[in-house]
Design a protein around this ligand. Structure first.
Ligand SMILES: Cc1cc2nc3c(=O)[nH]c(=O)nc-3n(C[C@H](O)[C@H](O)[C@H](O)COP(=O)(O)O)c2cc1C
Length: 332
């Protein structure tokens, strides 16, 4: 059974990638992931705020044009919980590269045009096989338009692409008004892949202390439907690779993502909940299903149910909405 796939120009033995998470913090865990069968690992992100913060600490004479720093200090509480600064992050890339044979994808998180972007080149130098740009921005400023934000993202992608030889994937949230158009602009700006979709973690209210508190909840399996729909729509429209993230737990989830056109799936919550042993189960389940359905390779199935090739293309758009609402039977 040939489970091989290509993602960002990297030849991978299968489509299971350990997504950005604390699982990459320890070399031993990354070795375990490799032994369990994952084909690549995305590292936890290094944040713009960490880089800018670190640079400011070292050199008070450098002025940062980006508006990100003052903003950053207000929402990054004194670096609490961030395990490694920029230098340690680069060292960690080198350590992971020395410890395993699978590709290591570094991850950089930010949204402004600040000096942090230069850090991408250092990640390449440290040995990263690819870079994932995690563009996570809550568009809460009423003076900033959708177009401004899209341009800002595209600028960042262009600038990073200009300074790197390794491939660059862009990880995005789903909250864009015209997603297909924006995705195509990123494709044209040189993104080698899109990672769909990052989850926005929503704060909660502590009723006792009347405070706003973070409360990270892991994804639920049904959340994979959002990337599933968009990968189905985008697969025929884009040249770049597509990675699915959010809510992928089982072999069936991975198979569905492959059918709609994903090149890889990224696993986080299932590994955090079920341990690295989940990888073996998923691979076994995929092989079994493919054998039963007479597929000899993943390539045979990839994209065979995207919006262009599936039997009911409108199902991925508005048509399905009405049908689903009408078909629902309350269980009262
Ligand atoms: C504890 C934790 C830490 C994460 N850290 C990062 C990160 O540093 N960078 C990033 O791009 N995504 C990060 N993510 C998001 C995951 O990579 C992934 O996109 C998201 O959890 C959805 O996938 P899942 O449903 O398999 O968990 C993190 C998720 C969790 C749960």
């Amino acid at each position: 059974m040939d489970l091989s796939t290509n993602y960002l120009g990297l030849d991978l033995k299968n489509p299971l990638v350990a997504g950005a998470s604390p699982l990459s913090r320890e070399v031993a865990t990354v070795r375990e992931l490799e032994d369990a069968g994952v084909a690549a690992v995305v590292m936890y992100s290094l944040f713009e705020e960490q880089i800018e913060h670190d640079a400011t600490m070292h050199d008070h004479f450098i002025e940062f044009g980006a508006d990100s720093f003052a903003e950053a200090l207000s929402y990054v509480p004194q670096q609490v919980g961030f395990p490694r600064g920029p230098d340690e992050y680069l060292d960690h890339i080198a350590k992971l590269k020395a410890a395993v044979d699978i590709p290591i994808i570094a991850s950089l998180n930010g949204t402004s045009r600040g000096g942090w972007i230069k850090h991408a080149a250092l990640m390449e130098e440290a040995g990263a096989d690819a870079l994932e740009l995690n563009l996570y921005y809550v568009a809460a400023d009423a003076d900033v338009s959708a177009r401004d934000i899209e341009e800002r993202y595209i600028d960042v992608v262009r600038e990073v692409k200009r300074s790197l030889r390794i491939p660059v994937a862009v990880k995005l949230g789903a909250h864009f008004s015209a997603f297909a158009n924006f995705a195509r602009q990123l494709d044209h700006a040189g993104a080698d892949g899109l990672v769909l979709f990052n989850r926005f973690y929503q704060p909660d209210i502590d009723l006792e202390n009347l405070d706003i508190i973070p409360d990270l909840r892991l994804s639920a399996p049904h959340e994979m439907r959002l990337p599933l729909r968009w990968i189905a729509i985008l697969d025929p429209l884009l040249e770049c690779s597509l990675a699915a993230t959010t809510g992928i737990y089982t072999s069936f989830d991975v198979l569905k993502m492959m059918l709609v056109g994903a090149d890889v799936t990224m696993l986080v919550a299932t590994l955090l909940r079920n341990g690295v042993g989940a990888v073996g189960f998923i691979l076994e389940g995929m092989r079994e299903w493919m054998e039963d359905h007479e597929y000899a390779s993943l390539q045979q199935m990839q994209g065979s149910m995207n919006q262009l090739t599936c039997p009911n293309p409108v199902a991925f758009e508005r048509g399905n909405y009405m049908r689903e609402l009408h078909a629902y039977r309350p269980n009262i």
